[in-house]
Write a protein that binds this ligand. Structure first.
Ligand code: SF4
Length: 259
């Protein structure tokens, strides 16, 4: 079994699903989204990044399943009180050694810790089938409904992401649909109307929609990794976010602005 690399463990997170959560960020992603604010998550192998003290720090560490379970268990009291748990994020956790991810989820479930998976959906269907019995839901980052746009901004077509979203819904898995919004690119009413129509036409059941306005907090990380940041996106206007929220609510969805 290939032990995946983890680039961050975030405790007391309130942005990665309901309640207080511990988030394990797995290193490695099949996409290269132009707006990515965690560029250190993209490569599957460890790499150096300049730390706060100006020294080079190796990003990416391997943990045994036992170590991660122990880390999660230390905050179980907060999970229980807040309705939280553990979130596997990335990078793209569903493209990691799946027997490792499956065993980790299985062991957490066994001791009563809820697991959510944050995914872009670009991963083998068989991996989703393996994880479905052990997780309480998916934070599903649908980048674009239009495959050409998906490819232009992330480097991959989106058919697999749509297929896996359908699979989770048909299997009864809870879906928190996360939509990143970029000003003048996908923050318009027709684009959101298309998403709503597609969800309705395909009977996709959504627990909540999270509207995520673009932010540029990760820009300096590119320099720290010795890469060039080419991002020049802007966040949608507040009124625009409210309009899209109303549109989704009118279609029967529970909507939150922010993660
Ligand atoms: S899917 Fe997420 S981690 Fe991967 S490149 Fe896109 S934004 Fe970054």
């Amino acid at each position: 079994m290939q032990t995946p690399y983890i680039f961050n463990i975030q405790k007391f997170s309130t942005h990665d699903g309901p309640g207080i959560r511990t988030t394990f960020f797995f290193k490695g992603c099949p996409l290269q989204c132009m707006w990515c604010h965690n560029p250190e998550s993209q490569k599957y192998e460890p790499e150096y990044m300049v730390a706060k003290d100006g020294k080079n720090e190796l990003v990416g560490k391997q943990y045994s399943i036992k170590e991660l379970v122990k880390k999660a268990q230390s905050d179980q009291i907060f999970f229980d009180r807040s309705g939280g748990g553990v979130t596997f994020s990335g990078g793209e956790v569903m493209t990691q050694e799946i027997s490792y991810v499956e065993e980790l989820a299985k062991q957490l479930k066994k001791i009563g810790i809820s697991v959510l998976i944050d995914t872009c959906g670009i991963a083998p269907e068989s991996n989703f089938k393996k994880l479905l019995p052990y997780v309480d839901g998916f934070l599903y980052d649908l980048k674009f409904l239009d495959s050409q746009q998906h490819c232009k901004f992330t480097g991959a077509q989106n058919q697999l992401a749509l297929k896996n979203l359908q699979l989770i819904s048909d299997s009864g898995g809870a879906i928190y649909l996360r939509l990143l919004l970029l000003k003048r690119i996908n923050d318009d009413v027709p684009a959101m109307t298309n998403i709503i129509s597609w969800l309705k036409d395909n009977h996709i059941k959504i627990k909540r929609v999270d509207l995520l306005p673009y932010h540029n907090f990760g820009r300096d990380k590119y320099t720290k990794l010795g890469r060039i940041c080419t991002q020049n996106f802007e966040a949608p206007e507040k009124e625009c976010l409210e309009d899209l929220k109303k549109l989704l609510e009118g279609a029967g969805y529970f909507v939150k602005i922010g993660g």
